[in-house]
Design a protein around this ligand. Structure first.
Ligand code: ADP
Ligand code: MG
Length: 315
């Protein structure tokens, strides 16, 4: 009927609903729902059946799509953890048993290289230019990659000039969505045709931010772009939230910057999990491995698994 993740997902997407009012209306013991939202407890069958009619009243629909949710990982800047998030969130969810596709939309091809795919023969650009099927490489159980390299960069102009060029990725993903639970698109560090194509193809976008002095710079442009795509092309697109990456909580600068971002982005969700700065993550990428295969006990592995759990229960 309704599951704990369904409730978390519904509440995350309806932030105007009061948790305490819902709790009271469903006659749940005080704080039950608040604790569940904070990640401190899981709702049991009794709670769920009491909540179900209340949430239906506020717009809950029983059947979530059985097709993959497509999520772009985006920031106009480079070096803020987009590719790292796609790799390790993807691998984390695959390890939990979710079927994951990761798509490399950055001509730098870092995602593909980090997953051990150099110079891919068939790649995303072929599907975009020739409307063929998206080429898939199996990386591990439950995890496939649609790879790219520098070839993608040369498609830029052709895609811009082609009628409907921006829809090509969306169309290429359509037949694949039924085969996966989540599809993550790794975006380039620019608001170009590749990022636009990713946003057009997505139901959600996840923004990675490194809490450095320049974190907020240009963020307005990024939000403007997302709103533009939402308004003109893809009304489904939802900003899932902001994930802080490469955080060193001992640094006052990082603490201050995170607080600044939280204050400035009051209307957006900031994920509870933040990814600590961890040299093992860098090492794992040089070794062309995900963080779990490289060092399961590292902070990097723990943080990405925690993010995977947070995504799973709320996105
Ligand atoms: N949490 C982290 N701790 C330490 N290094 C990191 C972390 N996340 C990413 N890196 C490193 O920072 C660099 C940039 O990260 P990357 O994910 O490629 O950013 P983007 O895709 O936004 O350009 C890479 O060398 C990566 O290994
Ligand atoms: Mg990258």
């Amino acid at each position: 009927m309704i599951t704990h993740p369904d409730v978390m997902h519904f509440l995350a997407h309806n932030p105007a609903l009061s948790v305490s009012a819902l709790e009271a209306e469903a006659r749940l013991p005080k704080s039950t729902l608040a604790k569940a939202v904070a990640g401190d407890r899981v709702l049991n069958a009794k709670h769920l059946s009491a909540l179900f009619p209340v949430l239906v009243k506020y717009g809950f629909k029983e059947h979530r799509s059985s097709e993959a949710r497509v999520i772009s990982v985006i920031n106009h800047k480079g070096g803020v953890g987009k590719t790292t998030t796609v790799i390790n969130l993807g691998c984390g969810l695959a390890r939990i048993g979710k079927r994951i596709l990761v798509v490399d939309m950055d001509p730098q091809g870092n995602l593909s290289q980090s997953l051990g795919v150099d110079n891919p023969e068939a790649q995303v650009v072929d599907a975009l230019l020739h409307k063929g099927a998206l080429p898939l490489v199996s990386i591990m159980p439950n995890l496939d990659l649609a790879p790219s390299d520098l070839e993608l960069a040369f498609a830029d102009l052709e895609l811009v000039q082609t009628v409907g060029g921006m829809n090509r990725l969306k169309n290429a993903l359509r037949p694949l969505r039924k085969n996966y639970d989540y599809i993550f698109i790794d975006c380039p560090p620019a608001l170009n045709i590749f990022t636009n194509s990713a946003l057009v193809a997505s139901q959600g976008c996840l923004i990675t931010l490194q809490p450095e002095a320049s974190a907020m710079k240009g963020l307005n442009k990024l939000f403007d772009r997302i709103y533009q795509v939402q308004e003109d092309i893809n009304y489904e697109l939802h900003i899932e939230g902001v994930v802080f990456t490469m955080v060193d909580r001992r640094l006052k600068l990082h603490q201050d910057m995170m607080q600044d971002v939280i204050n400035s982005l009051k209307n957006f969700r900031i994920f509870h999990t933040f990814i600590r700065s961890n040299v093992t993550i860098k090492e794992s990428q040089v070794a062309q491995q995900d963080i779990f295969s490289y060092d399961e006990n590292s902070n990097g592995a723990k943080d990405h698994m925690s993010l995977a759990q947070e995504i799973l229960t709320t996105v």
